[in-house]
Design a protein around this ligand. Structure first.
Ligand code: NAD
Length: 424
């Protein structure tokens, strides 16, 4: 899609990611054949996931694993369960993982997996059956030195435990085969909250450098799952007011700030909808109205393509959009925000905390040596700060948006690795 075409309600992540590529590639003068190589996914696998539902029916779902690029190390990326997790979506998300691991300078490439399924309608037994069969179908692509899955939307530590169990049944005990596992199975301390912590660290850096305070600032968060709920807790600890939050079922608004520790307990721990929490006004049509609530920091932390020309890019009332979700802004939406001088902190910088601690988890598994929480958190802070600084400095030096700067850095690193490997 070009920016002259109409913006649509939902733009596939792959199209969003492709759109961002050219400007960054031109900034570093990347030659056309290298551009083609870096754009093309290395391997795209589609599998049938057929399971017996609780009511006895046989149901068939589509599953995908895409390995986008492995020049800098084994492919790395989450597994998502969502009706929109089609092949194009997964290719886009796998590509983003290549840029993310390169930008954070961790020794991985990029991958992503998904099953096209409405996870919230499934029982635990059905989810387990899907996970186990999906893992068996893609197992020959996986391994600690090939491709390492992790949780993403609608998957979690339990999903990773099932994946590990299936993988180990075939290849023997291999804790480094997946990350985001429960600590009892070799997971890392600090992994569950790592993405939210990383988002907070980027916001803290930006706040210091650009004079937008976090203390007493108004924050709006769409999505109150792993990333959104942990981020809310960290920002609350820094004195921010989370004035609105939503999940797939609804949302809440409170100008004095929501009681975040209590909402975290209610939603994240007890798995109850945000809107059933007593402590704010229920949002009617939260997917539409949440974007127009005035705030300093606006944080999409759920789906892609939620900020578009048609919907809200012209009316959003904030100073900074923090892309905690992957690809939440369409290309035209991005241009509108740029013209309106609303800063956008790009997804593959902002939400990289999860994959950084996944890298620490993989390291601990390979060495059979657990780290303390302090080691994990200080390592994460170092990595996030360094990535933040290189992006800030290049954006400033070249006068380009942060997304372009971040992508240029990542592209250069992957291109260098590809060129050194040669073989073509
Ligand atoms: P999750 O499944 O734990 O939570 C997703 C949240 O979004 C839930 O609260 C869900 O109810 C909400 N949601 C879904 N549809 C919605 C809608 N239409 N309106 C409002 N809320 C809606 O997922 P997560 O792990 O928190 O991932 C969220 C985003 O962050 C995704 O884009 C994911 O790719 C990205 N991300 C996650 C990680 C990670 O480590 N978990 C790392 C990097 C990026």
């Amino acid at each position: 899609m070009t920016s002259s075409q109409n913006d649509r309600e939902r733009v596939s992540t792959n199209i969003i990611v492709e759109n961002q590529f050219e400007t960054a590639a031109n900034l570093i003068g990347l030659d056309p054949s290298m551009q083609l190589l870096l754009k093309t996914p290395f391997r795209t696998v589609s599998v049938e996931v057929a399971i017996r539902m609780d009511d006895g029916r046989l149901e068939v779902f589509n599953g995908y694993r895409v390995q986008h690029n492995g020049a800098r190390g084994p492919c790395k990326g989450g597994v998502r369960y969502h009706p929109e997790a089609d092949e194009q979506e997964i290719i886009g998300l796998a590509t983003t993982m290549t840029w993310k691991t390169a930008l954070l300078d961790i020794p991985f490439g990029g991958a992503k997996g998904g099953v096209q399924v409405k996870a919230r309608d499934l029982s635990k037994r059905e989810l387990e059956a899907i996970t186990r069969q999906f893992t068996r179908r893609i197992a020959l692509l996986l391994g600690p030195y090939r491709d390492i899955p992790a949780p993403d939307m609608n998957t979690n530590q339990q999903t990773m435990a099932w994946m590990l169990d299936e993988y180990s049944a075939k290849y023997g005990y291999t804790p480094a085969a997946v990350t985001g596992k429960p600590v009892a199975l070799g997971g890392s301390l600090g992994r569950e909250e790592a993405t939210g912590r990383g988002v907070m660290l980027i916001m803290k850096n930006y706040s210091r450098d650009f004079g937008i305070p976090i203390k007493d600032a108004r924050v709006v968060i769409q999505g109150f799952g792993n990333v959104g709920a942990h981020l809310a807790l960290f920002l609350h600890e820094l004195g921010a007011k989370i004035v609105a939050a939503s999940d797939v079922y609804g949302g809440l608004h409170n100008e004095d700030g929501l009681d975040i520790p209590a909402l975290f307990e209610h939603t994240y721990k007890q798995h109850k909808p945000v809107a059933e929490f007593d402590g704010g006004d229920k949002l009617i049509n939260p997917d539409d109205v949440i974007w127009n609530i005035p705030c300093e920091w606006l944080v999409p932390a759920a789906l892609g393509s939620v900020i578009t020309k048609e919907k809200n890019a012209n009316t959003i009332d904030c100073k900074v959009v923090v892309e905690a979700a992957n690809s939440p802004i369409t290309p035209i939406g991005d241009k509108i925000l740029e013209a309106r001088n609303i800063q956008v902190l790009p997804d593959f910088l902002v939400n990289a905390g999860g994959v950084v601690v996944s890298y620490f988890e993989w390291t601990q598994n390979l060495q059979q040596e657990p780290w303390t929480l302090e080691q994990v958190n200080s390592g994460l802070e170092r990595k996030m700060n360094t990535a933040y600084e290189v992006v800030r400095d290049l954006a400033d030096d070249k006068g380009v948006p942060w997304r372009t700067a971040a992508l240029a850095i990542a592209l250069q690193r992957v291109a260098d690795a590809e060129a050194l490997r040669g073989g073509r």
